[in-house]
Every structure is written in C-alpha cells, then in structure tokens.
Design a protein around this ligand. Structure first.
Ligand code: FES
Length: 323
C-alpha cells in the first residue's frame, strides 16, 4: 500500500503529459518553440540516446510525437487503474530512460533533469506491480483462482486472459478518445513565426543582399539581408530567421515599446532553438528562459545569455546585418 501514492502520481502525471502535448497548439507546428521536431533535433545530437531518435523519431517527428503522447496516456491509465501494472510501468520506465539519455542528458547537475528521477520512481512498480493495492490486477488475480469466470449471470463465461484482453482494449480505446479530445481542444498556434526572407546560409545571404545593394538606403549597412516588412512583427511578438553570416537560427523580438531586439536563437544550454511566447524567450527542451530586453538568462539551466544580433529597420523593412 505504501506504493499507492507513487502509482497514482505516476499514472496521473503520464496522462497529463500526453494530454498536455496534444493540446499544445505549437507541438505539431513547425517553427513553434514547442514543435516536437525542434525538440527532437536538439535531443538527437550529442547525446548517448540520440541514435534512437535519429532512427525512429526524426524521419517523422509529428508521428513520433503523437505516438509518444498516446503511449503516455495509455501507460498513465493502466497504471492508475492498476491493470497490467508491471508491464505498463516497464514501458513508462523505458520511456523515461530514453528521455534521460536524450532530453535530460545535458542537465547539470544530473538530478535537475526529472527523467532520471522518474526512472527510479517506476522501478518499484516494475518489480512489485500493484500487489496489495486497490487495483484491477488484484481483482483479476482473485478471479483467476477459478479457471472460468462469469461476467454476468446470463453472460458467457470468460477466461482471465479474455478479461485482461478486453480491459486492455477498453483502455486503448479510452486513450485514443482522450488523445482525440485533447487534439481537438487545442487552439490555433500564435507565437514565434519565421520571417519569410530569413532563409540564408552565407551564400544565400550574399544572393539576397545583392538586390538590396542596388537600391541602397543610407541607413542599411552593405551586406544586410532583408527579412521582411516591419509590420510583420508587431509589438509583443517574436520571429525566427536564419543568420546571414552562418545560417544558424536567430530570433527577432518586438518589445512592447516598439523597439526591435535580436539574439541567437541557439539555447546556450544544449543547443535547442528558443522561441518567444508570453513575453519571454523560452527554450522548449529544458525550460531555460531569457530576458527579451537583454538576452540574459532569467531561469533554467542555461549557463549564459543569448548572443545579441543586429537588425536595422529602414523604409518599413527589417534587415539582418551579418556579424
Ligand atoms: S537546450 Fe536545455 S534549456 Fe535549452
């Protein structure tokens, strides 16, 4: 019984984690800070579990994200109900182990990454299941003492295996239903967008800069790359673009007072791409946050602030200046 609170916590948390992913408008939206593809790219390189993501998740990040969310909901429901508890806990442990070897690998000190804690939280349930707790597993165990069981006085007799199969099927159907409701309830994505013309590597930047040079305005430095119209970035919004010098992602933010700021969008913790939402520059991978006024760290594991980048506005257009 001492494991019951842990079991309920893990079960409810996994259902919540799956629902939270599917109800996030940015989760399946390329360019959003919480886009699953961005997260997977950040996790897949420089981590011991990265090869798993490169083999199974990166080829289709959206499918992988949806799959993981549905598995989380199913594991959460099974563990909460105490049905197939040890098997479900083993799947939960495996999922958190992969996340520890990818998502949390760069967390320092290691205990600040939650996945390693979840791995050890799952372990007692993998070893002991829901024995001695209120759980469907135990009800089925009692029924199993008779070789056949009758579900209703007039109904057909069912074996224990049949009851488990039907119950697991019902949990699977409930998981899909919950996943569908969560996906349907999500609003449309409004957050960090990509500035249209910011697609350059150094070569591309040179190509984009050339036409501008012919209509040079005295306010725009030579070599600057036009990103798009100023009105595309209203106050309180952010947008990503590719740095004209090296092709790496940068982020432009329009502050509430109208000032334009730009920083490298590469998180200084482990290299995920940051986004701008709710007035904060945030990293989707491990939760680092940065001040949009200065680029300095305001929370999370990032060791230093974001490198500043230079933008200029002229004649209603935004230009990125190579650094
Ligand atoms: S990569 Fe870890 S917080 Fe950004």
């Amino acid at each position: 019984m001492a494991l019951l609170p842990l079991r309920l916590f893990l079960g409810i948390t996994f259902v919540y984690a799956g629902v939270q992913k599917l109800s996030d408008p940015g989760f399946l939206h390329p360019g959003a800070p919480t886009y699953i593809g961005t997260q997977l790219h950040g996790f897949a390189h420089g981590t011991p579990g990265g090869f798993i993501l490169r083999a199974f998740a990166l080829p289709d990040p959206k499918l992988a994200g949806i799959g993981v969310a549905i598995v989380e909901i199913a594991v959460g429901l099974l563990v909460t109900l105490g049905l197939l508890t040890r098997a479900a806990a083993a799947v939960g442990l495996g999922l958190n182990l992969i996340l520890f070897l990818t998502n949390s690998w760069h967390a320092y000190p290691y205990f600040l990454g939650s996945d390693i804690v979840f791995v050890f939280a799952w372990l007692p349930l993998v070893l002991a299941g829901a024995e001695g707790q209120p759980a469907l597993d135990n009800g089925l165990e009692r029924l199993a003492r008779s070789p056949r069981m009758r579900m209703a006085p007039s109904g057909p007799a069912l074996s224990r295996r049949e009851v488990i199969t039907r119950s697991a099927g019902a949990v699977g159907a409930a998981s899909l239903l919950i996943a569908g409701v969560a996906a349907a309830a999500k609003g449309s994505y409004r957050g960090t967008r990509a500035l249209a013309a910011g697609t350059g590597t150094r070569k591309r930047a040179a190509a984009l800069a050339a036409p501008h040079a012919q209509h040079a305005s005295s306010h725009v430095p030579a070599g600057a790359v036009r990103l798009g119209p100023s009105k595309a970035l209203p106050a309180g919004q952010g947008a990503t673009y590719n740095d004209p010098s090296d092709g790496q992602p940068d982020i432009a933010v329009r502050l509430p007072d109208g000032k334009l700021k730009a920083y490298s969008a590469v998180c200084t913790h482990a290299g995920c791409t940051v986004g701008f939402s709710g007035g904060v520059i945030a990293c989707p991978c491990h939760g680092a946050t940065y001040d949009p006024n200065t680029g300095s760290v305001t929370g999370g594991p990032a060791p230093q602030g974001l490198a500043p980048k230079r933008l200029v506005e002229s004649d209603g257009q935004i230009y990125a200046v190579p650094t």
